[in-house]
Write a protein that binds this ligand. Structure first.
Ligand code: HEM
Length: 357
C-alpha cells in the first residue's frame, strides 16, 4: 500500500470495489449470450468487498467465517417465530438449534484465530502495526491503553459479525433488484449506460465521476423504494406514548415496516407500484413532498446506516462497469418471488441474458 493510499480510505475502498468487480466480470465472460444468475454473482462480489475491508489480506479466511454466519442467519430467520416452551427448551434442542450453536462456536473460534495471528505479527506497540482494515482498527481498540476505551473480546467478535451482515446482504440485494428492474425497463438501462459512457467512456469509473452519476442515483433510489433490502426497523418505546388513536405502553418493541410507506399512493401517487426513477429527478425532498421520513432505505436518526456512502459507491462502480461491457434482458426462466429472509430478496434469484456490447 502506498503512503498516499494509506491516508486515503476512499481510494483504498475504490481499489477494493474495482478489483472485486473485475474478478466478477472475468467470470461473466463464460456467460456471454447466455443466461446468468446475478443475485449469486453479487453475493460473491459483495462478500469479497466486505471480506477485504474487514480482514484485509486474510480475506479468504474471512470468507469462510461469513459462510458460517450466513447459515446462522438463515437458521435464526427461519426460527424467529417459533414458540418454544420455557424450561423444556433448555434440555431438548431442535436440530436447527444444535447446528446454530455449533456455527456460533465456529465463528467465534475462527475470528479469534485470525485476530491472534494478526496480534502475533504486530511486532511492536506501534498502533499501525495491527493494520488499517476493520480488524486492525478493532484490535487497536482491544489494546487501547485507556481502560474505558478498551473493547472486550466479545465486542470484537460481535463487531465483525455486524459489519459483515450490515454490509454484505444489503448491497447484494440492492444490486440484484436494480439489475432486475433495468433488465425489465431497458429504456432506463440505456439512459444509465449513456450517462456512464459520457462520463467515463470505457475507462474504469473513478471516484470523482461516480458522484456525478445523476440518472444512476435516481435508479438506485427507485430500486430502494420498491425493494428496500431492510424491510423495516425495530424501536423500543421508552415511555408510554400516543400514536394517533393508539396508546403504546413503555417497553413495547415496535416494528416499523418501510414497505408500507415506500408504496403508499398518498405519498407517491397512484403509480406508486410502478418503476419511475424520474420521481427522484428533483431529489428526495421533492419526490416525497417534503415527507423525508417516507423514504428511509438506510433508516433514520442517530442509528441510521453508517455504510450508506460505502454501499452506494460500491453499487455505482459495479453497475457502471457492467453497463460499459454488457446489455441485459430478463431471462424467460425468471420467476418473480420477493421474500423476506434476512433481507427482501428474490427467492429464485435473478436470471438475465447477457449480451456483450
Ligand atoms: C444498500 C445497502 C445498505 C442498506 C439498504 C442498509 C440499511 C441499513 C439500515 C436500514 C440500518 C438500520 C438503521 C436503523 O435502525 O435506523 C443499517 C444499519 C447499519 N448499517 Fe447499513 N445498509 C446498507 C449497507 C451497509 C454497508 C455497506 C455497511 C458497512 C460497510 C453498513 C453498515 C451498517 C452498520 C454498522 C449499521 C448499524 C448502525 C448502528 O446500529 O448504529 N450498511 N443499515
Amino acid at each position: 500500500m502506498g503512503k498516499i493510499e494509506k491516508a486515503c480510505y476512499p481510494c483504498l475502498q475504490w481499489r477494493m470495489f474495482k478489483t472485486s468487480a473485475e474478478t466478477m466480470l472475468e467470470r461473466w465472460r463464460n456467460y456471454e449470450e447466455k443466461e446468468i444468475e446475478v443475485f449469486e454473482e453479487f453475493r460473491l462480489f459483495t462478500s469479497e468487498v466486505i471480506s477485504r475491508t474487514a480482514f484485509g489480506s486474510s480475506y479468504l479466511e474471512g470468507q469462510k467465517i461469513f459462510e458460517m454466519l450466513m447459515k446462522l442467519a438463515f437458521l435464526v430467520s427461519k426460527n424467529a417465530l417459533t414458540v418454544r416452551i420455557p424450561g423444556i427448551s433448555k434440555f431438548f434442542k431442535t436440530s436447527d438449534e444444535i447446528e446454530a450453536e455449533k456455527l456460533e462456536k465456529g465463528v467465534y473460534a475462527s475470528i479469534m484465530d485470525i485476530a491472534k495471528k494478526r496480534e502475533k505479527t504486530a511486532t511492536s506497540g506501534d498502533e499501525d502495526s495491527f493494520g488499517s482494515d476493520f480488524l486492525g482498527l478493532l484490535l487497536k481498540a482491544r489494546h487501547d491503553a485507556n481502560d474505558e476505551q478498551r473493547i472486550s473480546v466479545d465486542d470484537l467478535v460481535d463487531e465483525c459479525k455486524t459489519f459483515y451482515f450490515a454490509g454484505q446482504e444489503t448491497t447484494n440485494t440492492l444490486l440484484g433488484w436494480t439489475v432486475f428492474l433495468l433488465a425489465l425497463h431497458t429504456n432506463w438501462q440505456e439512459e444509465a449506460r449513456k450517462e456512464v459512457i459520457e462520463l467515463f467512456g470505457k475507462q474504469t469509473p473513478n471516484l470523482d465521476g461516480i458522484t456525478k452519476l445523476k440518472t444512476m442515483s435516481m435508479i438506485f433510489n427507485e430500486s430502494l423504494r420498491l425493494y428496500p433490502p431492510v424491510a423495516g426497523f425495530a424501536r423500543k418505546v421508552e415511555r408510554e406514548v400516543r400514536l394517533g388513536n393508539v396508546i403504546v405502553p413503555a417497553n413495547v418493541v415496535l416494528f416499523i415496516s418501510k414497505l408500507s410507506f415506500h408504496h403508499d399512493p398518498r405519498i407517491w401517487g397512484q403509480d406508486a407500484q410502478l418503476f419511475k426513477p424520474e420521481r427522484f429527478a428533483g431529489g428526495v425532498a421533492k419526490a416525497t413532498n417534503n415527507n423525508i421520513g417516507a423514504f428511509v432505505p438506510f433508516g433514520i436518526g442517530p442509528r441510521s446506516c453508517v455504510g450508506l456512502n460505502f454501499a452506494i459507491n460500491e453499487a455505482k462502480i459495479a453497475l457502471s462497469m457492467i453497463l460499459q461491457r454488457y446489455s441485459f434482458t430478463l431471462s424467460p426462466g425468471y420467476v418473480h418471488l420477493p421474500i423476506q429472509y434476512v433481507t427482501v430478496r428474490p427467492q429464485h434469484g435473478v436470471q438475465v441474458m447477457l449480451h456483450p456490447l
